[in-house]
Ligand binder design. Structure first.
Ligand code: LM2
Ligand code: CA
Length: 510
């Protein structure tokens, strides 16, 4: 079965008004990704109201996400990826969420009622919810304990749910302690334990049936999709079986970290739905740091680097909660380079983008700020967040509101996900992307400001440079207004390691 960003998610998240002035046109039938749709000469100079952009709100509570959704919808985000919602082990670290104790929707991020209220509030704002589903394993605790919602458990015994005597767990017997030791062995990766986490026998029908029940329960609470955590540690057939009963239009994204020389490849999972392409974020890091930005727009294309998922199955990201704690991708600490990488992701035609938004940390295990009982405090974004903000440990970085990132989300919502390949490379370091009458983007990898005169496909007039952020609710430009002359040319100065972005949803007054 094939699951792609379907009409369901598209319909749920489609048509809401875009920024300022211009009325949204109806959603593109069949979803927002028909190739060539946006750039043909003569296409109407109106935003397409594409809503394919996701944002991972890492460790945000359900209440905080519900409160953020109106702003997300307004900015052009289509969906939110949440942290895992099920009952988990106790402890301060963020990763307690990845050690399930039961499938009760009751965690330190919120209750079942709060989760349902979030999906409803976000749907009202035109924003869908995608939940992180931890289905490969249970806890990694060698002694028994009690979970967040009061359920008792032991490493291989979860009363009323899983037990060793009934054969619900793998004990691979292939390594000294049953832990995965080599990623070159597919059978180890699938049946041994990932860092001591009790590995579910996901090939067994009773296990699959109970996991289907869990996902059906989440669907009943209004989710529009699931991230399948640790999908590499199950077979693609397992993922297909576990998600088989979900509504056809529910988005399924498998997390399969691409590793060199590994026998298990992300491509193996496309029959179960979409897949995260980890190579994009790794490759864009060096490109942005080096400044030859043309390469970033070619990633995943014929001319681009070697192995990538097919575009229509791929979700890309600059970083996620795992990679921001590693050294293979950029993260908020890279400031302007990070913002620019996100802008390029949103302008790219390969895959579909997920923006990441977390909290500042210096200790990789440190959890989000919690109250005395361990409940996570509601996230909130300080005014003026951006690449130059100094972040104290625990403060919410709110990358999704950084002006360049938020402005480019609005740009993509207005121009749609793909164009007609009207990407031009001025000199390798300065690139422009034309999207017909709907939008134009230029980015520079130079360390000094770059001034030039460029041809756009835009109708003559004044446009807000949304690289400085989306227009205010009153329709005022956040930064400079740029004039497109009668021949369609602009004369602009692209700041160092930054961008200029114009679109029909953000025309300037005057
Ligand atoms: C994932 N995807 O495949 C998640 O994205 C990733 O964040 C999870 O690891 C992992 N797989 C399991 O779901 C995180 C975190 C680990 C942490 C695990 C389990 O990165 O550090 O492991 O969650 O909570 C921790 C300890 C580890 C210990 C384990 C079991 O760091 O030392 O292993 O708990 O107690 C003995
Ligand atoms: Ca497994």
């Amino acid at each position: 079965m094939l699951r792609r960003l379907g009409v369901g998610l598209a319909a749920l998240v489609a048509v809401v008004g875009l920024v300022a002035c211009t009325p949204a046109s109806p959603a593109v039938p069949g979803g927002p990704s028909a190739p060539g749709e946006t750039s043909e000469p003569g296409t109407p100079a109106e935003p397409v109201a594409s809503k394919d952009v996701g944002v991972q709100l890492f460790q945000w509570t359900w209440d905080a996400i519900a409160a953020e959704c109106p702003a997300l919808g307004e900015a052009g985000y289509g969906w939110v990826l949440t942290s895992p919602p099920q009952e988990h082990i106790l402890g301060d670290a963020w990763w307690t969420a990845y050690q399930p104790v039961s499938y009760r929707i009751d965690s330190r991020l919120g209750t079942r009622e709060e989760f349902a209220a979030m999906t409803a509030a976000c749907a009202d704002a035109g924003v869908a919810i995608v939940a992180d589903a931890v289905v490969n394993h249970m806890t990694g605790q060698d002694s028994s304990g009690v979970g967040w919602a009061g359920s008792r458990y032991d490493h291989y015994d979860y009363p009323g749910l899983w037990s060793d005597v009934e054969g619900h767990f793998h004990h691979c017997g292939l390594t000294e302690n049953d832990d995965i030791q080599s990623y070159t062995s597919a059978v180890q990766v699938r049946t041994c334990e990932l860092v001591n986490l009790a590995d579910l026998a996901t090939e067994s029908e009773p296990v699959r049936a109970r996991l289907r029940e869990y996902l059906a329960d989440l669907a009943s609470l209004g989710i529009a999709g699931v991230r399948i955590d640790a999908a590499k540690h199950m077979t693609s057939a397992d993922v297909e079986a576990i998600t088989a009963d979900l509504p056809e239009d529910l988005l399924v994204i498998s997390e399969v970290i691409r590793g060199p020389q590994e026998p298990i490849r992300p491509e193996d999972y496309t029959d179960a739905g979409d897949v995260f392409e980890f190579a994009w974020g790794r490759d864009v890091a060096g490109i942005v740091q080096g400044g030859a930005l043309r390469l970033a727009l070619e990633l995943g294309s014929y001319e681009g680097s070697a192995t990538y998922l097919p575009s229509d199955a791929a979700w890309i990201f600059v970083d996620n909660h795992d990679t921001e704690r590693g050294d293979q991708t950029l993260s908020y600490e890279d400031g302007q380079d990070y913002a620019l990488a996100n802008a390029l992701m949103l302008a790219a035609e390969y895959g579909r983008p997920v923006v990441y938004s977390g909290y500042a940390f210096s200790d990789r295990d440190a959890g989000p700020v919690q109250d005395a009982d361990g409940a996570v405090l509601d996230a909130a974004c300080a005014p003026g967040v951006g690449p130059e903000t100094a972040d104290d440990d625990g403060s919410w970085v709110c990358q999704h509101r950084w002006p360049l990132i938020e402005g480019m989300v609005g740009w993509r919502a207005a121009v749609g996900p793909v164009g007609d390949g009207a990407t031009t490379s001025v000199d390798g370091r300065v690139v422009t992307v034309g999207r017909g009458q709907r939008g134009w983007f230029a980015a520079s990898g130079n360390l000094d400001a770059t001034t030039g005169r460029y041809r756009t496909g835009l109708e003559p007039g004044l446009y807000c440079d949304v690289a400085a952020g989306p227009p205010t609710p009153e329709g005022e430009c956040a930064g400079q207004a740029v004039e497109v002359d009668a021949e369609g040319f602009v004369e602009v100065t692209i700041p160092a390691k930054s961008a200029v972005a114009l679109h029909v949803g953000a025309r300037a007054a005057g």
